[in-house]
Each structure stands twice: as structure tokens, then as C-alpha cells.
Design a protein around this ligand. Structure first.
Ligand code: RB5
Length: 154
């Protein structure tokens, strides 16, 4: 699997560990910054990962900010992006299996270096189940997105 990773200054302290666990899992990683704790704006980094997904350059994305929330909110504004903040291992795999999330959002001010390894492994190890009820629900999510974008009548 090919994975894009980006963070803001709040997420930077966990980025190296995230990159390592992805590589150790046999996946390819694209590091889209930021590269220091100098303050930056998380929407800019959410957009980089969202674009990599939209353009088919990667299969999944991981965003790290202080709480995970800002990065997820920003990424979820992009078409076709389903980002979730998951700070427990159940959510980290169940959100892929049922909700088909394509971005895992993490908060480096909330979780530590051991838990982040488990979360990334759970996220990358999970697959969408493809069950009818989940496809139906995701199709409603896509319809909502299209209506919001004015691409079809409500
Ligand atoms: C940056 O200080 C912080 O606001 C950001 O990393 C993130 O936590 C937003 O959700």
C-alpha cells in the first residue's frame, strides 16, 4: 500500500514514528511535511494529503496535528475524503471496515509513541468489508457530498 503522511507543527513530534511504522509494515510512504516545529497551518497539510488521494497517488493518508481534529475537519471538506480521528485501536480498524475512511487523523498532543504504532498498524491492516449495509450508508454519504456541492438536486 502507498501512504501519504503530513503533519503540522503540533503533529511533527510523532511524524518520524509514523513514517517508520509504515515502512516497517512493508508499505511505501510519501512524506508531505511539515519538517519542523515551526508553526504552520494544518489545512495546508490536510490539503496535500487529500490531493494525493484524489489524484490516485496513494491508497491511504495519515494526518497528524495537535488533536487530530483540525486536520480531519479540513480533509473532510475535500471531495471523496473520509477522515476520522481514531485514538483507540477499535476505531482505527472499524472505521476502515465499516466507514471506509481513507485518512487516519491523529493528535500528537493526545497520544504517545507506543499507542501511535498500534493505531497505524490497525488502520493499515484493515480493509473495507464491502457489506451491503455499509455500501448503502456510504452511498448516502456520497449523495450528501454531491448535494452540498450542488452537483445534484436535493
Ligand atoms: C496547532 O496549535 C493546533 O491547533 C493544531 O495542531 C490542531 O490541534 C488543530 O486541530
Amino acid at each position: 500500500m502507498k501512504v501519504a503522511v503530513a503533519c503540522d507543527h503540533g503533529g511533527f513530534p510523532l511524524k518520524k514514528i509514523v513514517l517508520e511504522v509504515i515502512r516497517k509494515g512493508g508499505h511505501e510512504v510519501i512524506d508531505l511535511g511539515t519538517d519542523s516545529t515551526d508553526p504552520v497551518d494544518y489545512p495546508d497539510y490536510a490539503e496535500k494529503v487529500g490531493l494525493a488521494l484524489q489524484q490516485g497517488e496513494v491508497d491511504r493518508g495519515i494526518l497528524i496535528c495537535g488533536s487530530g481534529v483540525g486536520a480531519a475537519v479540513a480533509a473532510n471538506k475535500m471531495r471523496g475524503i473520509r477522515a476520522g480521528v481514531c485514538h483507540d485501536t477499535y476505531s482505527a480498524h472499524q472505521s476502515v471496515e465499516h466507514d471506509d475512511i481513507n485518512i487516519l487523523a491523529l493528535g500528537a498532543r493526545i497520544i504517545g509513541p507506543e499507542l501511535v504504532v498500534e493505531l497505524v498498524k490497525a488502520f493499515l491492516g484493515a480493509s473495507f468489508t464491502g457489506e451491503e449495509r455499509h455500501i448503502r450508508r456510504l452511498s448516502k454519504v456520497s449523495d450528501l457530498e454531491r448535494r452540498e456541492l450542488g452537483l445534484e438536486q436535493a
